[in-house]
Design a protein around this ligand. Structure first.
Ligand SMILES: [Zn+2]
Ligand SMILES: [Zn+2]
Length: 395
């Protein structure tokens, strides 16, 4: 499988660059979806459904009543002005593939091609479903992201397992990171308003000062992870915004703050919501009041150990044993988490650092990846799926 994938390298690079040059934001992936559908059509033998979850595409190959495995790729780009200067840089002003979703889409098309090439009709004991989803990076106007939109449109119906990968631009090229269990965080955000009387800066004693209240509330918020949450349960609370005031001699009437709350498990998640609001209650003891607004984001991504083991085995059989690392993924988020709630599944990280010592972080205007890892990614996805639908894996 890996040899076949390596022979496909030029094709994978061509596809990735084509998608990279014409990036589209979430739920606007019209050109990308058309390219995906056309490519699946050219490969042949694949049932194609377009307009899934608005701009998503589903392809399905195989036959029989056997098990179904889904492989997911995301297609959306980010609102960033590209500054890489590459010949295939973004042609769309203010939009850029700065997270590698162009490569994910190209690799999944490659996996579809590989399965078509390597499987004879009579070998199929089940089906492989290719999920090309819109909008991983953001919620749409409907308040949901691409994975949920696809699920609502039946993408996960009848699916027994689901797999995916994410390229990582600052992990050595070809390194494979696996993490079992909770692997990316529940990500919620909050906004809060601390209210007081405000007044003349010369006479603070005549009213209540929300800035003074904030001075007590901040240490309380920052102490939540260390004093209020079990140290064995990872979590983070970070403020990203504090706004108040407009003059040197005016005590403002209100302070606005906003931040992110992240955790792995549901009880910790809910305790964090309570504790952040509880810290704001200090304002009431200081003669003020508060308003608290919580926005629930993506749930934690739970990677199934068995599915990870299948992919580890494939990488091992490809001769990549030394490249396999068990590494925590951190407190980021992925809407693939919604798919792992529907069927046991796992996502692995594929190192794709360009080895020249320069940092090209995700979501920056100079983001880029080492394209030569794409055959490996496509081959691991395709081979895991092939083994699953030919009954070679223990369930
Ligand atoms: Zn991203
Ligand atoms: Zn991403």
């Amino acid at each position: 499988m890996l040899d076949r994938a390596r022979a496909m390298q030029e094709e994978l690079i061509r596809l990735r660059r084509d998608i990279h040059a014409y990036p589209e934001l979430g739920f606007q992936e019209v050109r990308t979806a058309a390219l995906v559908a056309d490519t699946l059509q050219e490969i042949g033998g694949i049932t194609i459904r377009t307009g899934v979850g608005k701009t998503g595409v589903i392809g399905e190959i195989g036959s029989g009543d056997g098990p179904v495995i889904a492989i997911r790729a995301d297609m959306d780009a980010l609102p960033i002005q590209e500054k890489t200067g590459l010949v295939y840089a973004s042609q769309n002003d203010g939009v850029m593939h700065a997270c590698g979703h162009d490569a994910h889409t190209a690799m999944l098309l490659g996996a579809a091609h590989l399965l078509k090439q390597s499987m004879a009709e009579e070998e199929w004991r089940g089906r492989v479903r290719f999920l090309f989803q819109p909008s991983e990076e953001a919620f749409g106007a409907n308040g949901i992201s691409g994975a949920t939109a696809m699920i609502d449109d039946g993408a996960m119906e009848g699916v027994d397992r689901v797999i995916a990968l994410h390229v990582i631009s600052n992990v050595p090229s070809g390194e494979l990171h696996f993490s079992d269990g909770p692997s990316l965080a529940n990500v919620d955000s909050f906004r809060a308003w601390i209210q007081g009387d405000g007044g003349h800066g010369a006479a603070p004693h005549e009213g209540s000062d929300p800035l003074h209240m904030l001075a007590s509330i901040l240490p309380d918020i920052y102490a939540i992870p260390s004093r209020r949450i079990n140290p064995l349960h990872p979590c983070v609370v970070s403020l990203g915004m504090i706004q108040a005031g407009s003059a040197t001699n005016v005590i403002p009437g209100e302070v606005h703050l906003a931040g992110t709350i992240r955790s792995f498990d549901q009880p910790t998640r809910e305790k964090l919501w309570f504790e952040v609001e509880n810290a704001l209650r200090l304002s009431e003891m200081m003669g003020g009041s508060y308003r608290f607004e919580l926005t629930r984001g993506y749930p934690a991504m739970i990677n199934d150990k068995q599915v990870n083991d299948w992919m580890r085995q494939v990488a091992h059989d490809f001769g990549y044993n030394a490249a396999i690392k068990d590494e925590p993924f951190g407190m980021g988020a992925e809407d693939f988490a919604y798919m792992t709630q529907k069927a046991p599944g796992a996502m692995f990280f594929l190192g794709a650092e360009i080895p020249d010592g320069m940092m090209r972080n995700h979501h920056t205007d100079i983001f880029d990846i080492d394209e030569s890892v794409m055959p490996l990614g496509a081959a691991i996805l395709a081979e895991t799926a092939r083994r699953f639908v030919t009954g070679q894996l223990d369930e």
